[in-house]
Ligand binder design. Structure first.
Ligand SMILES: NC(=O)c1ccc[n+]([C@@H]2O[C@H](COP(=O)([O-])OP(=O)(O)OC[C@H]3O[C@@H](n4cnc5c(N)ncnc54)[C@H](O)[C@@H]3O)[C@@H](O)[C@H]2O)c1
Length: 309
């Protein structure tokens, strides 16, 4: 079978487990040389363990591919620079950067501590900025083109998961960040897209903690291999975005969940009124409810808390 990414060099952050692992394996199968980054952290971002990244590297090599492990904390600026440098020195290039690494600290806004807020913003937003910053320096210098940046967002950011204000903010922020990079880096031959994935992993297990099977200690993610919820199902759509066939796709958010691939619309103005001078509040009280805001209803308050990803 044809390999779509022969000769390409890729970094996958958070590539040791879950969705990132599947992506790293598929990149390897498609001929890319892969740096598999993973801190080996808990879902909440604590501790570190080299084995997840190393095991994925071992599997890529066992399948005949080429890979090296990296154990950096992507949210550490210096370590992120070293990660990009590792690709450049080991494989003499960097064509694809896929920022998958992520953590959760679920809490309602009124209970959320500063530390819980900062930890999630740090890994998702700063981590993605860090790696992208150093990759973009290389892309701007080399100007070979065909570069791919893929960042991991979430429906939690698109829909506003109530129990995850930090995570929802980070994931919505990543859509803006991705669009900014798409606009800024187009001239250097970079496409940038965001993914809103869905798959059963240890992250989504957290949202199911009250379900009967979870109470009995059976995690959904441990029983999904080969099913639609298998995290490896996200990989083909992501790898497609890395191929030449996706050269005209940039600045977009793509949902990849199970066997479904979704293009999200861009946020566009929906309705507006336009005056000829500064509005009087009296006029707006009279006119806006019948025009721009006609028929709107507020959130019901019965949305699931969103304990997963
Ligand atoms: N699983 C879903 O349904 C789902 C839904 C929406 C979004 N997401 C997003 O997809 C991505 C992957 O999630 P997953 O479900 O595979 O979770 P996961 O916990 O299985 O994998 C995340 C990986 O990131 C690594 N990581 C965490 N912090 C890191 C850091 N600072 N530096 C380097 N590596 C770090 C972890 O060690 C872990 O291996 C995340 O960004 C997540 O927010 C997942």
């Amino acid at each position: 079978m044809a390999k779509h990414l022969d000769g390409k060099v890729a970094i996958v952050t958070g590539g040791g487990r879950g969705i990132g692992r599947g992506i790293a394996l598929e990149l390897g199968r498609q001929g890319a040389k892969v740096i598999v980054n993973d801190l080996g952290a808990t879902v909440e971002g604590q501790s570190s363990d080299d084995s997840p990244a190393q095991e994925v590297v071992n599997q890529i090599r066992a399948e005949g591919g080429t890979a090296e492990a990296n154990y950096a904390d992507v949210a550490d600026h210096q370590q992120a620079e070293d990660l990009v440098r590792q690709a450049l020195t080991t494989y003499q290039g960097l064509d694809i950067l896929i920022n998958v690494a992520g953590i959760l600290r679920e809490r309602m806004i009124f209970n959320m501590t500063e530390e819980e807020w900062d930890a999630v913003i740090r890994v998702h937003l700063k981590g993605t900025y860090n790696t992208t910053h150093f990759a973009s320096i290389h892309w701007r210098t080399e100007r070979k083109g065909g570069y791919r940046l893929i960042n991991f967002s979430s429906t939690a950011g698109i829909n506003g998961s109530p129990g995850q204000p930090n995570y929802a903010a980070a994931k919505a922020g990543l859509i803006g960040f991705t669009k900014s990079c798409a606009n800024a880096l187009a001239r250097y031959g970079v496409t940038a897209n965001a993914i809103a994935p869905g798959a059963a992993t240890r992250m989504t297990d957290r949202g199911l903690r009250n379900r009967d099977d979870m109470r009995q200690g059976i995690a959904e993610s441990e029983n999904v291999e080969g099913s639609e919820r298998d995290p490896e199902n996200v990989a083909p759509g992501v790898v497609f975005l890395c191929t030449d066939a996706a050269e005209n796709i940039s600045g977009r958010t793509v949902g990849i969940s199970g066997y479904r691939i979704t293009l999200y619309s861009d946020m566009v103005p929906e309705r507006e009124i336009y005056g000829s001078q500064r509005w009087e509040v009296d006029d707006l009280v009279e006119r806006l409810p019948e025009t721009v805001f006609h028929g709107l209803v507020p959130p019901s308050g019965d949305r699931p808390m969103g304990g997963g990803a």
